[in-house]
Design a protein around this ligand. Structure first.
Ligand SMILES: [Zn+2]
Length: 232
């Protein structure tokens, strides 16, 4: 019984080696990094579009005020021939100067918004270049990764067939637990007891569990949930 599941684990170890080799391959890493960047990009584009809308709205507001002030000066100008007193003239000059000050400030504001718009357009172009490069990188490396996977496919197929064959000799309940641990990335699933300690996590095994281990030859670690086995 124990021998069978240990033999199963040995075959599985080779399969895990291949799986790790594929997962940690440069091709997969680069493709997955590029993919995350592409996925993140949607958020960046939305953010930039929102900012562009904000800037446009600010620009339109400032332009409207600018035009209004320009119109005011035009109207004040038309009033000059109708002035009747020095007081009226002083008042008009004051109003004209006020409008001129506003125009000056608005010109500055418009220039600043225009600069922000240019910067945003520049960032967007830079971003687009990066986006295109990431897209190309993703496709190239995904293809390379697929090729690599195909290269290893016969080995994987053979190991899986061996595992299936070996699985027939193992108690299904134990095998199911084994597979669950493996899926949780606990490996090796079966470890030999080191004295009265778990061979996986080194947790001390209680006296009660030690008795069980001696009689049943296999127990589950209460800490790391590996199977601990015992060989005479
Ligand atoms: Zn343990």
């Amino acid at each position: 019984m124990l021998q069978n599941i240990l033999a199963y684990q040995e075959i599985d170890k080779d399969l895990i080696k291949v799986e790790n080799l594929l997962v940690s391959s440069e091709e997969r890493k680069i493709a997955s990094r590029a993919k995350s960047f592409l996925e993140e990009s949607a958020k960046n584009v939305a953010r930039m579009e929102k900012r562009a809308e904000e800037l446009l709205s600010l620009y339109n507001d400032a332009k409207r005020s600018y035009d209004e002030n320009a119109q005011l000066i035009h109207e004040y100008d038309a009033l000059v021939p109708t002035l009747k007193s020095g007081d009226e003239a002083t008042y008009l000059i004051k109003k004209v100067n006020q409008a001129l000050d506003d125009i000056k400030a608005l010109e500055k504001e418009l220039a600043s918004i225009s600069k922000d718009m240019e910067d945003l357009a520049k960032s967007f172009n830079e971003f687009r270049a990066k986006y295109n490069a990431a897209g190309k990188e993703f496709l190239e490396n995904r293809e390379k990764y697929e090729k690599l996977k195909q290269e290893y496919a016969p080995v994987v197929k053979e190991l899986k067939a061996k595992l299936e064959e070996q699985a027939k000799k193992i108690d299904p309940a134990i095998l199911e637990k084994y597979k669950k641990r493996r899926a949780d990335r606990i490996f090796p699933v079966l470890v030999e007891a080191r004295g009265n300690k778990c061979g996986g996590c080194s947790m001390e095994i209680s006296l009660k569990e030690m008795d069980k281990l001696r009689s049943k030859k296999i127990i589950e670690c209460e800490n790391c949930h590996r199977f601990i086995y015992y060989r005479e």
